[in-house]
Design a binder for this molecule. Structure first.
Ligand SMILES: [Zn+2]
Length: 115
């Protein structure tokens, strides 16, 4: 069984979550401006074929969806942290291993329940 998280461990995981959160938000803003650029290029230069543009748009949309769901997971993790629920498996109530949280600080399940 994993050990309960210590205060310093929670602090460093919180920092990981906040860093990831601002990174995702920055990417979202970049993505928005990048999409505008593609539209402009199409109109002015016609360099991209319609197919290419559609494919790129689909990829950008898939990435945006992934970012949105990652951001939601991070927000839930931060909320759980505020409530003192963080680091405890939402399924079985056992502590989640610190090493697992270091890899994915937004996870809410222990290794046993995630399988
Ligand atoms: Zn569990």
């Amino acid at each position: 069984m994993a050990d309960e998280l210590s205060g310093p461990q929670i602090s460093s995981l919180k920092q990981l979550l906040l860093d990831r959160q601002s990174e995702l938000k920055a990417l979202d803003e970049q993505g928005a401006s990048w999409r505008n650029t593609v539209e402009l290029d199409q109109q002015s230069v016609g360099r991209l074929s319609r197919m290419d543009a559609m494919q790129q748009q689909e990829m950008a949309q898939a990435e945006a969806r992934r970012r949105t769901s990652d951001l939601a997971r991070i927000e839930i993790a931060l909320k759980r942290m505020g409530e003192g629920e963080y680091g405890w498996c939402a399924e079985c109530g056992e502590p989640i291993a610190y090493r697992r949280l270091e890899i994915d600080p937004a996870t809410h399940l222990c290794i046993g329940c995630a399988r």
